[in-house]
Design a binder for this molecule. Sequence first.
Ligand code: ADP
Length: 470
Amino acid sequence: MLKTILIKLLNLILYPFKLIIKILVGLLKRLKFSIAFKISTTYLILYIIIIMTVALTTSVGYLIFELQKFEDSTAAKDSEKIISTFPNFNKINVKEESYSSFEIFDKNLNIHFASGRTGRYADSIIVIAEKIIYNNEYVHSESFMKNGSLYYMNINYPMEDMLRDAWRISFMVLISGAIGLMFFAPIVSSTSYKLIGPIKNMTEITKTITVNNINTRLDVKGTEDELKELSETFNEMMDRIEGGYKTQQQFVSDASHELRTPIAVIKGYVNMLDRWGKNDKAVLEESIAAIKNETDNMQDLIEKLLFIARSDRSTLNFTKEDFRICTVLNEIEKETKMIDASHKLYFKFYEDATIYGDKMRIKQAVRILLDNAMKYTPPGEYIMVSGFIKDEYYVIKVEDTGAGIQKNDLDKIFDRLYRAEESRSKQISGHGLGLSIAKIIVLGHKGKIKVKSTPKKGSEFSLMFPYLDS
Ligand code: ADP
């Protein structure tokens, strides 16, 4: 009960202080201090702490040194004199001595003799320090044997002069420190502002960067330090963002271009229908066939673009399950043999394996390679699909003896909407998205896609998927 009342009372008394601290902390949080100001203040506070410590330690050191000297000379002589005179103290006139009083205690520390006021035997450094602080007196204490008995003795010395000197020393150190501060403060402040200068510069430049001047970069001149590293890292990041932005822009422009052609063709046929198709059956049929073909083409392109967009937005979902890869490969073999009678087709699956993946997507990826092999290989030539295990992957290899790919095209064929010049000029159907999609599927299964090709001799594409067991 009493305890809770006391706690409540204490809380009530402390409330105004707590409120002031809360307001101050809130105010400090709201105030915006620059880093330079914070660095300068920290250094200045450190400087002041160091100066105060130096002032304290020098004066305490001076006191210890002087007292040591005093102990060895004056105090030693005085104690010798007192002990030799003991117990006839009437021979000693305290007023003529350097000490103010002395006390003798018996072996039970009861007072035996006191020349002035009495105190307790100074048996520890704490009692000595207490006397120095409260009475401005130094106590020399020791024990001695006289006439077969043990005695203890305090000799008290006034030490106002010594303390005054110690204060003077502190004061002088503080004054020199303050003079030093007058020089130190502007140097610290200007150095901090110089150090932080590049950050201000960076902030200003960064604020101005938009998509219209995305090629703006920070100045990385100057000495090697963390700020230079920061600028370089920022510039590298901007390089990546600019690269990505340009690729995206290129992709949008290429995709629009790809869509423009079928729309133009459809428009042409619709105009033709409008003019002659109503009465001319041949024109009508030709237009319908062409429009159907172009809309199919557009649908295919849009579906592919959507697939890539979903992959970019990470909203592409794979429905993964364990399945035997040969079931998919056998299906592909059957379907291909049905739709392609113009090439010499060979299918050879050396091994089977269980794969954890999206069956439909993996089938789609193999189909993309096969469609390409059929497109870019002249009729009568060979196409071979094989399946086997190599290291930790199940490899599906699609080889053809077709047109092959030029060396400088090889690293670009996986880029979106990229088609080798030959494919464009020969007007082979396609949008340059198949291999990008196959790559997305393979990477989504932690696999690899590889290509080897010799122009005019043929190409060899390999899809590699990690497998569970064979
Ligand atoms: P598309 O076939 O629709 O043009 P892809 O992304 O599937 O798009 O292929 C990109 C390019 O790679 C093709 O335009 C073609 O130049 C080349 N290519 C792909 N597969 C083969 C192949 N089997 N033989 C020769 N060139 C190929």
